[in-house]
Each structure stands twice: as C-alpha cells, then as structure tokens.
Design a protein around this ligand. Sequence first.
Ligand code: 16G
Length: 244
Amino acid sequence: MAGIDKYQPLPIYYQLKEILRQKIESGEWQPGDLIPSERELCNEHGISRMTVRQAVAELVNEGRLRREQGRGTFVAQPKIEQRLGSLTSFTQDMTARGKRVESQVLRQELAMAQPEVATALGLGSDTQVMLLERLRLVDGVPLALETCHLHFPGCESLRQEDLAHQSLYAVLARKYGLVPSRAHQQMEATKCELYPLRLLGLSRGSPVLLIRRTSLSQDGIPFEHTVSIYRGDKYVFHAELVHE
Ligand code: 16G
C-alpha cells in the first residue's frame, strides 16, 4: 500500500495499520526500533490523532508493537511460533530456541479434583490430585499461566520437588518413569479475568488463548490435565495439514 487514499472504501485507520504492518514485515522497521510519535504519524499522513491511535492500538493488541510508558512505541519481538502436533514440554520448546525458562510456583499442593479434571482423568469427584499452578517465564518475561492437575501412584511426593527451576516432564520421567506418549489438546480464544491478566502483565481485554491438555502415559492412562492461559500477543500456532 503506497499511502493513505481517503477515497478508498477501506477505513483510514485500517489503511494506516497496513502501512505500518508492511514496514515491520519488510524489515524497514526492526524489532526494538522506536516508531514515529502519534503527532509525526498524523503530520506525515494528514490524518487525525484518533485515527493514528486506533491503528497503533490494534498493532499493540496483535503483539506487533509494544508501548513503553513515557518512552514511546517500539517494534515488538516476533511471536513465538509453536508447532502443533508434537508432544513437548514448555521447557523443551523454549530451551530448543536458546531461551531461559523459569517458573513462579503459585500453588503446589493436593486438592480435590474439580469436575472437569475428574472427567478428563477418569476419576471419582472425591479424588485428590496434585495441583501445580505456575507462571511460566521465558528470559524473565511471563508467557503463560499453567494450572496442572496430576494423578498417578505417588503423585503427592511432587510437593517436595523444586518445580520453579525444573521441568515437570523431566521430573516425571526421572523419578516416576512417566512419559507422556499421547495427549489431547484443545485451544480456544477467551476473555480472561483480571487475576491471570495481571500475572501475565497484560491489560484488560488483551487477547489470550486457553489451552487444555490431557496427557496419557505409555500404558494409555491419563495422568495430567493442564489448563493454560497463553498470551495472545506472544504466540502463533502452526500446523501442517494433509489432504484427506
Ligand atoms: C507444556 C504443556 C503442559 C505441561 C508442561 C510441562 C501445553 C499447552 N502444555 O506447557 O501440559 O504440563 O508443558 O512443562 O503445551 P515443563 O516440563 O517445562 O515443566
């Protein structure tokens, strides 16, 4: 798109958004670059401040731009592209990309299985499961909030493990010989309450993805049901499809 054309049927804010998006995609603007101020964009394109604000706000929401209080708006780092179809752990995914993983453990205790968990794990509703709630940080930035429910013989001893600095899947394999061999996963866009948004450093109304995973052991027994909230501005999911 060359410039803004006021006679086009496309809304002006949308035309500006496409112009800015192209600057990012073409590499003219690099991750970390400070973009021109609202005033500069108004002058350059001969449009109102409100229109500029709308275009920039949408790109911030999509994770293309990042606002810093008092400093301006910057080009964001590209999103993490996550393949669908391979059964890996958070730590495995991130360390393969050369990133540092740590977790803030919010809950690590035995708890009654809620109905969704009991159904997923094939348990009676009065069964206790090991509940592990972790905020997952990558290079110090919170990316996901995971609430994991585990049920297998000896799962209560997970209370003693340091799961802030260790991979859960690595501990399960090493200590219990438990390796997820298959999983069902569901993903949906959702509105999120304030508590998870705050933990993830997001503002009200930010897009998030809700992911549910039920993992089965080598014997085909479900042992993990995890509900995760992933930041919509940081992730893009990728699947290879074959014709049927
Ligand atoms: C992934 C899994 C989660 C699992 C966790 C273990 C999804 C949506 N979820 O985040 O079910 O509990 O890995 O991570 O992929 P860890 O081994 O790094 O602790």
